[in-house]
Ligand binder design. Structure first.
Ligand code: TXA
Ligand code: MG
Length: 318
C-alpha cells in the first residue's frame, strides 16, 4: 500500500465530498473542485466572484486521461502534449459531451492541462475525477504563488489550502487553442513562445481580447494590485512625477538605486527571467500591503519569459 500524506488524504476527502481545496501547481495556486460536482463548481465561481462566462481549466494527472476530457486531438496538440506535459501549458480542445457546460461556460471547447507539481500530481492520481481549478484569487486580483496568499484571500471561505510550498514558475500556464489544426496562443504564460515554436514551428499569438473573442478571460485589466500601478521603461522619470508621494518600486536589476523610494524589490540581479517570473506576484502582493500611493514597475526586455512578465504588468497597470 502506498503511503499518502495526511494532508493529501484530507484533500481527497474534502474534494470527494464536493468541497473546494486550494491546490499547489508549478504556476500558481488553484481553487480546485470536482468537475462533475455542480455544487463544487458553483462554489468556485461564487468564491472567486468570477463571471459565469469565464470558463475553468480542467486538470488531469496524465496525458492518458486526455481522451476522457476531449473529443478531438489535432496532430500538433498531441505533439505539444507529449512534449510539454506535465507542464505549464493549457490546451483548448473540443470537449467531450460528459464535460459539464458550467466548466466551459457553455463553450464547445475545454481548457485542459497536466500540472507539473508533485503534490498536485499525487492528488490527481488518487482521485477518480479531474479537478477544475482557476487561480485561487478573487476575480481581477493578483494570482497566489504562496499558501499565505490564498489564506489572505479566502481564509473564511475554504476549508483547506494544501501546502505545496512556493510556486516555482510563478506565472500562469500558456493557453493554446487550435484554428484550422494550427496552434494559436490565447494567453502568454510560463511556457514561452520560443519553446513552443521549437517544437511545432511558427505560431500565431492572439493574446489580446480584441484579437480573440474566444478567450473570455483575456481582460485588459487583470492581475491587479489595489494600489495604483504604473508600468514604465524609465523608472527615474516616473519617480519624479510622483514625489513626494509614497512610492514602491518593482525593478528587474539592481542598476537602479535611490533613497527616495519607500520600498524597492529587485526581482533578479542578473537578468534571469525565470527567477524574475517566480518572484513577480509575491513582490506585487508584498508592495500592495505597504499602503503606498503608487507602485512603479519596470518593463523587461521583451523576449522569452520577459514577454509574459510584461503582459502581466501591463494588465496590472491598466
Ligand atoms: O496556470 C494556470 O493555468 C492556473 C493553474 C491553477 O492551473 N490556472 C488558471 O486558471 O490560470 P484561470 O481560471 O485563472 O485562467 C484560465 C483562463 C481564463 O482566462 C479562461 O478564459 C481561459 O483560461 N479558458 C478556459 N477554458 C477556455 C476555453 N474553452 N476557451 C478559451 N479560453 C478558455
Ligand atoms: Mg486567473
Amino acid at each position: 500500500m502506498s503511503i499518502i500524506s495526511k494532508d493529501i488524504q484530507k484533500a481527497i476527502s474534502l474534494l470527494t465530498n464536493e468541497e473546494l481545496v486550494a491546490i499547489p501547481t508549478e504556476t500558481v495556486y488553484g481553487l480546485a473542485g470536482n468537475i462533475f460536482s455542480e455544487k463544487a463548481i458553483k462554489k468556485i465561481f461564487e468564491t472567486k466572484k468570477r463571471p459565469s462566462f469565464n470558463p475553468l481549466i480542467v486538470h488531469i494527472s496524465s496525458i492518458n486521461d486526455l481522451t476522457k476530457v476531449v473529443s478531438y486531438l489535432p496532430e500538433k496538440a498531441k505533439i505539444l502534449a507529449q512534449h510539454f506535459w506535465p507542464g505549464s501549458m493549457t490546451l483548448v480542445l473540443p470537449k467531450k459531451e460528459t464535460i459539464p457546460d458550467l466548466i466551459t461556460a457553455g463553450k464547445s471547447t475545454v481548457g485542459v492541462r497536466v500540472p507539473n507539481h508533485p503534490v498536485a500530481l499525487e492528488l490527481l492520481q488518487k482521485l477518480s475525477f479531474p479537478l477544475a481549478a482557476p487561480s485561487a484569487n478573487p476575480f481581477n486580483s493578483i494570482s497566489p504563488t504562496k499558501p499565505e496568499h490564498v489564506e489572505n484571500y479566502f481564509k473564511n471561505d475554504i476549508k483547506m489550502v494544501l501546502d505545496g510550498g512556493n510556486c516555482l514558475k510563478g506565472i500562469e500556464s500558456t493557453i493554446i487553442g487550435f484554428e484550422n489544426e494550427e496552434p494559436v496562443i490565447y494567453r502568454l504564460g510560463s511556457l514561452t513562445i520560443e519553446e513552443i515554436q521549437d517544437v511545432v514551428g511558427d505560431v500565431i499569438v492572439k493574446n489580446e481580447k480584441e484579437e480573440n473573442p474566444d478567450a473570455p478571460g483575456m481582460l485588459k485589466k487583470h492581475y491587479s494590485p489595489k494600489t495604483k500601478t504604473v508600468f514604465t521603461d524609465n523608472i527615474s522619470d516616473e519617480i519624479k512625477k510622483y514625489l513626494p508621494k509614497k512610492i514602491g518600486i518593482l525593478s528587474f536589476s539592481d542598476t537602479f538605486k535611490t533613497n527616495d523610494v519607500v520600498h524597492e524589490i529587485i526581482l533578479t540581479d542578473n537578468f534571469d527571467m525565470n527567477i524574475a517570473a517566480s518572484k513577480l506576484y509575491s513582490a506585487l502582493h508584498e508592495l500592495d500591503h505597504l499602503e503606498l500611493d503608487v507602485i512603479i514597475a519596470e518593463k523587461v526586455p521583451n523576449i522569452g519569459l520577459g514577454k509574459s512578465i510584461n503582459d502581466r504588468l501591463k494588465r496590472a497597470s491598466s
